[in-house]
Design a protein around this ligand. Structure first.
Ligand code: PLP
Length: 415
């Protein structure tokens, strides 16, 4: 069996090399543990070492000339990447079954980096309107300053998206599931619109992860994740990733090196450690999300639950068709409650902590109208479909019976 060299293999090679079997690619958790890594590492260590270096040395002038002329795969300067980052990128590309991955210092850095590299003045982008509020803000307030026009259409309105395409349209953007409404975009339809019109497509699949959703297999050009969430999984670091074809990501990598949106070697180590247990964590997030959603739907104090794993969800059928599981995020409305009565429930739970974010081992709870939209007036917030009585619960990996018991006591204590 050939070693997986630090900077060498394409993902297709590493998937099979990893196991030394030609018969089939390794399964998901095997990839989480092993993909992208060298078999034999520096210092004979089983883990990838943290190389604390801002720069990398050349033995002599000829070595430098060889690096430049032959584009040898090695490090040069920390802003262009570091060894741990390359391992993480290969592992993430393997998990997504994409050709290449590009890691950024945060999910937002990944979105900004990709769009800045791909769009120019006069271009147009169309996106479904249920999206992470900072992505919307970047498009509406900042891309516009560079002459890029952004057009919002209602989430999952494929006809409206197709009708909005003009010869200037460069990219179609969506999340799936969306946050906090957990709408599910049909990957085949979305990718189909892009390919019919020759327009690139981008899915922010942070809430799904590569474990639950396979956008590249449906023909989507770029898959983006806030790695901060499920992929890193421990509420202890920020990172983002874009996955797609190596050729398409090349100019993005170049711009990342100029803008310096890179991860420190320590951050990459934490990410690699977190990724080892990715499949195990996702299995529990999926189980907890389903259990908690079913419990809430049956509770008399709950008006409505948004969770794609529930039959009552508007997109349940397409969710079942294209997803392996439905994740840990559950959004619900409290019956006959104003914002204060809703806040009382948030304050009464004992396991989830009040915080933004999701996808970590600790359960987190928030009231979106209070938490996520400070810069908007109350009226604007309601316009985003965020009612006063909405609670968003990001289930961690705690025991599902404990989470349900905790919610039950919080709902009863505040009734
Ligand atoms: C959190 C999040 C982001 C932003 O990621 P950061 O790592 O916080 O910068 C983008 N998209 C979605 C769907 C998210 O949940």
């Amino acid at each position: 069996m050939r070693n997986i060299e630090m900077n060498k293999p394409t993902q297709k090679e590493s998937r099979t090399e990893l196991i030394g079997l030609n018969c089939r690619p390794p399964e998901f958790s095997t990839l989480s543990v092993h993909a992208g890594e060298s078999r034999q590492k520096a210092g004979d260590s089983i883990t990838d070492p943290i190389f604390c270096a801002s720069t990398y040395t050349f033995a002599n002038t000829q070595a430098l000339i060889d690096f430049v002329e032959e584009q040898q795969p090695r490090e040069e300067y920390g802003r262009y990447g570091n060894p741990g980052e390359r391992v993480a990128e290969r592992k993430l590309a393997a998990l997504e079954a994409g050709e290449a991955a590009l890691l950024f210092a945060s999910g937002m850095a990944a979105i900004v980096g990709l769009l800045m590299a791909k769009l120019s003045g006069g271009d147009e982008v169309i996106f479904f309107d249920e999206c992470y509020h900072r992505s919307r803000e970047f498009c509406a307030k900042h891309l516009s300053r560079f002459g890029v026009k952004t057009i919002q259409v209602p989430a999952c309105d494929y006809d409206a998206m197709e009708a909005a395409i003009t010869p200037r349209t460069k990219m179609l953007i969506s999340e799936s599931p969306t946050n906090p409404h957990l709408s599910i975009v049909d990957m085949d339809r979305f990718a189909g619109i892009g390919s019919r019109h020759g327009v690139e497509t981008l899915i922010d699949a942070t809430l799904a992860t590569p474990y639950n959703l396979r956008p590249i297999e449906a023909g989507v050009d770029y898959v983006l994740h806030s790695v901060t969430k499920y992929l890193a999984g421990h509420n202890d670091l920020l990172a983002g990733v874009v996955i797609g074809s190596a050729e398409k990501l090349d100019p993005v990598r170049n711009l990342r090196g100029i803008m310096g949106m890179v991860n420190s070697p320590h951050n990459c180590y934490l990410l690699l450690r977190g990724l080892k247990t990715f499949e195990l964590r996702m299995q529990r997030h999926n189980e907890n999300g389903q259990r908690v959603a079913e419990f809430l739907e049956s509770h008399p104090r709950v008006e409505r639950v948004y969770y794609p794993g529930l039959k009552s969800h508007v997109h349940h059928e397409i969710a079942r068709k294209q997803m392996r599981g439905f994740g840990g995020l559950v959004t619900f409305l409290v019956k006959d409650a104003d914002w204060r009565a809703t806040a009382d429930i948030v304050d009464a739970v004992r396991i989830p902590r009040i915080a933004p974010s999701l996808g970590g081992v600790e359960s987190l709870i928030e009231q979106p109208i209070v938490m996520s939209y400070h810069q908007y007036t109350l009226e604007q917030r309601r316009g985003f479909g965020i009612p006063d009585n909405m609670i968003r619960l990001a289930c961690g990996i705690e025991n599902p019976d404990d989470l349900v018991a905790d919610l039950a006591q919080a709902l009863d204590a505040t009734a």
